[in-house]
Design a binder for this molecule. Sequence first.
Ligand SMILES: CC(C)(COP(=O)(O)OP(=O)(O)OC[C@H]1O[C@@H](n2cnc3c(N)ncnc32)[C@H](O)[C@@H]1OP(=O)(O)O)[C@@H](O)C(=O)NCCC(=O)NCCSC(=O)/C=C/CCCCCCCCCCCCC(=O)O
Length: 666
Amino acid sequence: MSCLCITGADIREFGAKMSGPPLVPMIHMIEAAAKPVVAAIEGVALGGGLELALSCHYRIAHSKARLGLPEVTLGLLPGAGGTQRLPRLIGVPAALELITTGRHVTAAEALQLGIVDEVTDQNAVDAAVKFAQSVEGKSLDARRIGTFPCPRPPDLDAVFEKVMKEVRRSARGAIAPVTCVQAVHAAVTLPYAKGMERERELFSTLFTSGQARALQYYFFAQRAVSRWSTPSGARWDTSKPRPVRKAAVIGLGTMGRGISVSLAQAGFSVVAVETQEKQLLEAKQAVSGMLERDAKRRGAPLAHGNIKYSCSLKAAADVDLVIEAVFEDMALKKAIFRQLSAICKPGTFLCSNTSALDIDELASQTQSPELVVGMHFFAPAHVMKLLEVVYGPRSSPEAVATAMQMGKKIGKVSVAVGNCRGFVGNRMLKPYLEQAFFLLEEGATPEQVDQVLEEFGFPMGVFKVSDLSGLDVGWKVRKADGLVVPDSTGKSARIQGGRRYSPLGDLLCEQGRFGQKTGRGWYQYDKPGGRVAKSDPWLHRFLEEYRARHGLVARRIDQQEVLERCLYALINEGFQILQDGIAAGPEDIDVIYVLGYGWPRHRGGPMFFADMVGLDKVLDRLERYHQLHPDVPGLKPCSLLRKLAAGGCPPIHRWREVIQKPHSQL
Ligand SMILES: CC(C)(COP(=O)(O)OP(=O)(O)OC[C@H]1O[C@@H](n2cnc3c(N)ncnc32)[C@H](O)[C@@H]1OP(=O)(O)O)[C@@H](O)C(=O)NCCC(=O)NCCSC(=O)/C=C/CCCCCCCCCCCCC(=O)O
């Protein structure tokens, strides 16, 4: 009998020398044993844990157990026989699906797939003992999976070709999923012993790859962000959240609807407020539709009953927490915060879903500024996993802890960040976008820039994202900032406040080109609302005319320059954010970028990427680009980056020792 609850190998050991008995010989020994070995699975059997169970002659799982081979999510493949045994046990298509996605399955699904022999609601060990007694004396010949022939699909080549194509498409440059397919292919085409050799070979390649390092770093980073702290000394382990049962959402546009859905699905009582009757009805229909579709997809009960709709802010009088999600208009938000402060019962937390505005300014409108925090969701709010919890200088530790816990309850990964324009994510986006615009001025095309970024692993390049989210969003902000003005010659100004400025986005907006919604933006679409971006000859002509008008001579720009200028400008801002104490550590930034902005997980996040490239190299390139573009402050290397490079480029887990953390500032 072997009782299992194994999450797999200790991932921390992968970076160091591995200790303990090697798994593969042990697995072979168990499978070859003359006595029947029954695995009793409670909790989880993941990775090496499931591989160990697969070497047993029988497997009994508790009904609450979860099983899986998640190695691919860590940049690896199941290297202790998993790629050779699982297809022999459950067939090639099912094994490929589990191994290339790393998906966990429930005990019930494992039974259905044939991974386990029995599921029990009782103690798994007792059930396994009983089971062992029932098979006493039976031959084990048919129970050693390693001796099974691997089922060979009749259309073997077509099956693998299709899977490989799909895996390559969705992997966006990640090598582990592709390597997993190669390992399973070996199970079908090679005898078991040779297949094991091939598995080992492929495992070794992945094991030493930068992608495995990045994914393993990211695994811990995502967990580390829950241990938040603020410069004022509030911490996750000393600050107590207050219970929230009832919450209000103010403003039922796209964001407010998504937030309402998230809250209702997590079992909160929700008061959804939209001041205009017509918009309220539209929102109600939209939210109901979202809840219905989601319940159907998940096979979960409908959460309709949890939401009450109202046209009056007064409906929020008795809630424990409010999330305001109206337009990005400071005057409007301030008015709402003033009213809420008068309407809500004492102690109600007042949160804003602003994506960039000053939380402290909002707090100043209320009687209890300590109850105000930002809860910045990402669109679509019921789908995206990220939540930036923004603390202002006056937010209480209790308010931060409550928002962080609320995020967790609705299934988000919450990252606590300081208050500044754009917080972490959008603040870093600004220099990235700026570089993309400058590259167009200098001779690049949107297609070229997007292709480089997509090859790096982003699901969409910067210009496609801009078309998707709407060019008018940034235009409104730039207009409010007084940036959209002509120069003395009547042309759109390319220098603002002594720094380079690109009016390209403003000029497109003036032409009514807002992106997908108008059918034209940086690309053209077959109709307003169309999704497929096509090159637009108009845009290319427009760029040529623009350059001619401003005396700019187009030059050939290579891939390396596109990538370095966009990414290093973003990373440089990340260092500034760390230096300003807006993010507590590089992990916070990396999690925000992976979950909120499509940064490829197999590259760890922007700060991890900088560490991998080498801080001295990033510094060197930024210095060079800043020399060439002295009017672009975003390219001037941040002093923290200089300090880290001068200190011998310590690895990322040592950066916190170097970072000075003054209070966040606007
Ligand atoms: C589902 C979970 C297990 C639990 O989830 P949850 O309840 O939400 O809790 P968490 O917050 O996630 O976790 C709690 C804390 O536990 C830490 N944790 C969890 N799992 C691990 C782990 N596997 N290792 C280390 N630490 C772990 C977690 O970090 C939390 O702590 P903290 O908050 O961070 O402090 C969930 O956690 C989960 O899904 N875990 C991961 C499971 C997983 O991915 N397992 C697979 C691991 S890989 C594996 O098993 C591989 C085995 C194959 C061995 C192959 C042997 C071949 C030998 C060949 C060697 C060749 C070398 C070649 C070199 C050369 O050639 O040179």
